[in-house]
Design a protein around this ligand. Structure first.
Ligand code: SF4
Length: 282
């Protein structure tokens, strides 16, 4: 039986107004990147995107808001969006990704139909102060612990190509392993001229090594290649599955576009894999 690949789609439901200073992120207001900025995407539009994602065989649908944390207003908005998506497309696993969060607010999200919460550790604890000075890595870790306590599935991963060393990558994966998440998103830095981080894109070879490292250190987790796949791998992206990835994001990211989803379907089949039809397929 061929290995299954899980597809996840992202909806950027509140974009580009974050006050934090993560040096890799175009959603920070500090860097003035030329991206679309808006507060609340209309719920009808979010539902339409969820229906389209399901048609493209996505099993996960992620509601992402920019900003440091899940404050009261954001919580209300995400709940409204999650309830509407659940009602229209009940088969989708709803993931919320809304920054640092308290146990209480995460429990409310769960009661509104959210199944999973994504909060990335981003990089190792020791390297983190080099990429963000406005909040601490420990707050991120604490949020991940809260996610599990709230009974939500945890998705936590990171971004690579920020200038971190191999040792720091190992340390990040060790921290992720200690949280025992269900899924681990792996993002690769996508350079943008407005960002203070001037690093080049990682080579496909180095990026594949990172995926292999993730697979080895996180044998039971779903390894999802997310942002930066297209710019890092180009047409070599079929290689990510043999390296250990078993999930990808389809149809575009928060502020960058992705491949045509049909091209990704063809790529998966050509590589000898099958698209999973349910989130809990094994
Ligand atoms: S907290 Fe999140 S949205 Fe804000 S700058 Fe950092 S990565 Fe971007």
């Amino acid at each position: 039986m061929s290995k299954k690949v899980f597809l996840c789609a992202i909806s950027n439901i509140s974009s580009g107004h974050c006050l934090e200073d993560c040096r890799f992120c175009t959603q920070s207001v500090r860097y003035g990147a030329a991206i679309e900025r808006f507060y609340h995407k209309p719920v009808e539009k979010i539902v339409k995107e969820a229906i389209a994602a399901k048609k493209r065989s996505a099993v996960g649908f992620c509601l992402v808001t920019a900003g440091k944390s899940l404050d009261e207003k954001t919580l209300k908005f995400v709940c409204k969006a999650a309830e509407a998506v659940k009602k229209s497309v009940p088969e989708l696993n709803i993931i919320a990704c809304n920054g640092t969060a308290t146990l209480e607010s995460l429990k409310i999200l769960k009661s509104c139909g959210v199944d999973s919460y994504n909060h990335n550790l981003e990089t190792s604890e020791s390297f983190y102060p080099r990429i963000c000075t406005t909040h601490k890595w420990s707050e991120r870790y604490k949020t991940c612990e809260n996610v599990k306590k709230a009974g939500l599935n945890l998705c936590t991963g990171g971004i690579f190509g920020l200038g971190e060393s191999k040792k720091e990558r190992v340390s990040l994966f060790e921290s992720i392993a200690s949280l025992e998440p269900v899924s681990v998103p792996i993002n690769f830095y996508h350079p943008n001229e407005s960002l203070p981080l001037k690093n080049d894109t990682l080579s496909a070879k180095e990026a594949l090594e990172i995926i292999r490292m993730a697979r080895e250190m996180l044998p039971k987790q779903r390894i999802m290649v997310a942002g930066g796949r297209e710019i890092t791998f180009g047409d070599l992206d079929y290689k990510i599955f043999d390296a250990g990835a078993d999930a990808i994001v389809i149809g575009g990211y928060l502020t960058t576009s992705g491949n045509d989803p049909m091209r990704d379907h063809r790529m998966i089949h050509k590589a000898g894999y099958e698209v999973a039809i349910e989130c809990h397929d094994s």
